[in-house]
Design a protein around this ligand. Structure first.
Ligand code: AMP
Ligand code: MG
Length: 266
């Protein structure tokens, strides 16, 4: 059965209806060829976005630990140059960050027009880790969905295109990936004992992801639920969505100065 990338509105989003191992009718071979051309198109679109200066692009990646946020960034943006594109990763909030309103540290990192910023984790942590680990009371986190929708609507009205990707992996896939981090000396630095405590909260995280997608899947900033057990499928799905969205913007290079045509440089 085919599975929508953006869950339809008007129907409650239920995470169990979405298969993390789904790969549609794509094969690995075809995907690995396709990603090469998608990366080049994405680079061209980013150049246009930069020259055009009318829109900003905010890419949001959320996933459980080992879900593939870093891998997605490395793959999808491989051809995009650092001029005009950057990544911001959000960890445990610092003391000054905690002293501000919870959206402050995210808002100050949003892109200006012409730029792309990738959020590696985002304001959604306010309804994920903060909810699951009881860092804030229920009365507080339950009001945040609406606030986040309002925040995103505001940004979108200010010419920020928002693309949100929830990388969805299965519990067994996470087990394998955590095991790999333990076993592979090049990956051990990514492993923390606390990851195992978080894994025990798997079901609570899944409920929090479900509510995140259900409550914040808006027209201006829809959630893409990316089947992410297979890296090759995940990368193509994210790259395709970005290319399609940017192509809709009709990005243009600014008009050149008068009298350039036929000018001979000596
Ligand atoms: P990593 O992405 O593996 O570098 O880890 C970042 C850590 O920061 C994760 O364990 C997140 O749960 C944690 N984190 C991110 N945002 C928040 C937040 N708003 N409150 C508490 N912890 C957070
Ligand atoms: Mg980690």
């Amino acid at each position: 059965m085919s599975q929508p990338l953006v869950p339809p509105s008007g129907k409650k989003f239920q995470i169990r209806d979405y298969q993390p191992g789904y790969t549609g009718d794509l094969t690995r071979e075809v995907a690995e060829a396709e990603i090469v051309s998608l990366r080049i198109r994405l680079n061209d679109l980013q150049n246009r976005l930069f020259a055009d200066r009318r829109y900003a692009l905010l890419v949001i990646l959320q996933a459980i630990d080992t879900g593939g946020k870093d891998g997605t960034i490395n793959s999808v943006f491989q051809e995009v140059g650092p001029l005009g594109c950057s990544v911001v990763s959000f960890g445990v909030p610092t003391e000054p960050e905690r002293a501000h309103d919870y959206l402050w540290r995210y808002h100050r990192e949003t892109p200006e027009r012409g730029k792309v910023v990738i959020f590696n984790r985002s304001h959604y942590e306010s309804v994920l880790v903060e909810r699951v680990k009881n860092l804030v009371p229920k009365d507080v986190w339950r009001t945040r969905y609406e606030q986040i929708n309002t925040f995103e609507q505001y940004l979108s009205g200010q010419d920020t295109v928002i693309m949100k990707f929830f990388l969805h992996i299965s519990k067994d896939e996470q087990r394998q990936r955590l095991q790999e981090r333990v076993d592979d000396p090049k990956k051990q630095w990514k492993f923390r004992h606390g990851d195992l405590d978080d894994r025990k909260l798997w079901d609570d995280y899944q409920s929090a992801f479900e509510d995140m997608v259900d409550r914040c899947n808006s027209d201006v900033a829809p959630w893409h639920v990316v089947p992410a057990n297979k890296n090759w499928y995940r990368n193509v799905v994210v790259a395709r969505a970005l290319v399609e969205r940017l192509e809709k913007l009709d990005l243009r290079y600014p008009e050149p100065e008068e009298g350039i045509a036929g000018l001979r440089v000596v």
